[in-house]
Design a protein around this ligand. Structure first.
Ligand code: C2O
Length: 535
């Protein structure tokens, strides 16, 4: 195994999009940031040096960080932030994973511009379990705001309003020619005819679930969240914030220029955001004067497409890549997702948005939870997060007020080492319109079931897929529905779980698990690194 080192300089740079320039926080002056290339089994050391005026922390989304939450990155969960003028080396062992993941800032809304792809190649000499591609390319999907993001979010919070929508979507940081002044900010992928390409697609958007399609070309899905899947062919993808999807594309159409396009998926009666970002699939030798055609994307509120698409995602579950789905469950959690408006005496109009899990709005601590856990520091958090809501109600049909009340707290759920866990995430009546993409740090989980309406514990588990359910690190909980996930708690530490819509995370849609140490030293959290940032 090799040691791969990266230097990440967090620095402010002027970047222009949509007809104006503004300073943004970047890594190494790049937007999106650099791609990390490693091989399964490698050790990765990333020295993050912070030259920006903001505190910084970077999360390696989807890397499991076995016993090593110190390198996970969410600010105040596993570390204190890296202050201006300081640095921290994320020391990561890439074990038992290969595929596409990504990294992003995990503090404030800084991931708006601080993000990039992680490509984990299989071990030397190990082929992909699908046709070897001729070449590969990354497509990192994002959002762009004309105004400064932190300033806009702060202003909205003061007024008790939701933060403003982005002004554009982007592909590799570029919105494409359907946006003003963006002809020169268009990503083009040059391809040879008659070949197979592997596209690594990342949804790095802050708040938008997305549909993606390529004009004239089908895609074969072969991997999600760095786990191989049973291949299937589709005209469009649905990809939630935090998720990654690898597809194979055959360049077997009439050589030309074809748009690749991205537009939000919002299962709302009236979609409020239908901006389309585009990039170009350009066959070699075709002149730039040829006008590309747009692909057919599912309608922004095409919930059926999304449900159907997610049904098709299955683990490979073969000899080489078995799906070890826990069959017996030691610990069942039922967690309601609530959004509401609470009073806020200090806010301009007296109210503010809140979000809650089992009616608890998570309060960020002032020192890292992992440190507090490791050093047994009292008074930082409690471990009394309830395994189910305090009172049951009709989750999806009750009047809106049924789920508005929340209490504040830094309440974690304690899980014995190696126990098997099932979490049913139940959406409740909502104020906003997206499905909630839930992300668990430190683990992959199996998505064993999902449905619309209220979860029924007496019948729904009978329909679980315990054979080849998709394995991933981020899953969409459908609007007005539920999703059930299972995992084995074999990674000790403190692990964050939250909605990957930044606006909901900010409102409190988050909690954390304390997974206890096992009996032997190699089942215990590693000692903290010497350069762990102090608070
Ligand atoms: Cu990609 Cu806690 O996030």
């Amino acid at each position: 195994a090799a040691l791969k080192k990266y230097q990440f300089d967090v620095q402010v740079k002027n970047v222009s999009r949509l007809c104006n320039a503004k300073p943004i926080v970047t890594v190494n002056g790049m937007f999106p940031g650099p791609t990390i290339y490693v091989r399964e089994g490698d050790r990765l050391q990333i020295n993050v040096t912070n030259y920006a005026q903001y505190n910084m922390s970077i999360h390696w989304h989807g890397l499991k960080q076995f016993r090593n939450g110190w390198a996970d990155g969410p600010a105040y969960i596993t570390q204190c932030p890296i202050q201006t003028g300081h640095n921290y080396v994320y020391d990561i062992h890439v074990k038992g994973q290969r595929g596409t993941l990504w990294w992003h800032a995990h503090i404030l809304w800084l991931r708006a511009t601080v993000y990039g792809a992680i490509v984990i190649m299989p071990k030397e000499g190990t082929p992909f379990p699908f046709p070897q591609p001729f070449q590969e390319a990354n497509l990192v999907l994002g959002e762009w705001w004309n105004k400064d993001v932190e300033t806009s979010v702060n202003q909205a919070n003061k007024l008790g309003l939701p933060p403003p929508m982005s002004d554009a979507h982007t592909i590799n940081g570029k919105p494409g020619p359907l946006f003003p002044c963006s002809e020169k900010h268009t990503y083009a992928l040059e391809v040879m005819p008659g070949k197979t390409y592997l596209l690594r697609i990342v949804n790095a958007a802050l708040n938008d679930d997305l549909f993606f399609a390529i004009a004239g070309h089908n895609m074969t899905v072969v991997e999600i969240d760095a786990v191989y899947t049973k291949p299937f062919t589709t005209q469009a993808l649905q990809i939630a914030p935090g998720q990654t999807t690898n597809v194979l594309v055959r360049t077997d159409r009439i050589p030309g220029r074809y748009f690749m396009a991205v537009r939000p998926f919002m299962d709302a009666p009236v979609p409020v955001d239908n901006k389309t970002a585009t990039a170009i699939l350009q066959y070699k030798g075709i002149p730039d004067t040829v006008i590309p055609i747009l692909p057919q994307l599912p309608a922004p509120n095409d919930t059926n497409f999304a449900l159907d698409y997610n049904q098709k995602l299955r683990s490979l579950n073969n000899r080489q890549f078995p799906a070890n789905v826990p069959k017996e469950i030691d610990r069942n959690l039922f967690v309601t997702i609530g959004l509401g408006i609470n009073s806020c005496p200090s806010c301009q109009n007296g109210t503010q948005f809140t979000a809650s899990l089992n009616n608890i709005t998570f309060v960020m601590p002032r020192i890292g939870l992992l440190q507090a856990h490791y050093f047994n520091t009292r008074g930082v958090f409690k471990t009394d997060f309830p395994d189910k809501p305090l009172k049951a109600f009709d989750y999806t049909n009750a009047p809106l007020t049924a789920n508005l009340g929340t209490s504040l707290g830094t309440r974690l759920s304690r899980i014995p080492f190696n126990s098997t866990v099932e979490i049913v995430l139940q959406d409740t009546n909502l104020l906003t319109v997206e499905s909630h993409p839930f992300h668990l740090h430190g683990y992959n989980f199996f998505v064993v079931g999902s449905g619309i309406g209220n979860f029924d514990p007496s019948t729904d588990p009978d329909r679980y897929n315990l054979v080849d359910p998709p394995e991933r690190n981020t899953v969409g909980v459908p609007t007005g529905g539920w999703t059930a996930i299972r995992f084995r708690a074999d990674n000790p530490g403190v692990w964050f779980m939250h909605c990957h819509l930044e606006v909901h995370t900010m409102w409190g849609l988050k909690m954390a698990f304390v997974v206890e140490n096992g009996k032997s030293p190699d089942q215990s959290v590693l000692p903290p690194p010497k350069d762990l940032p102090p608070c």
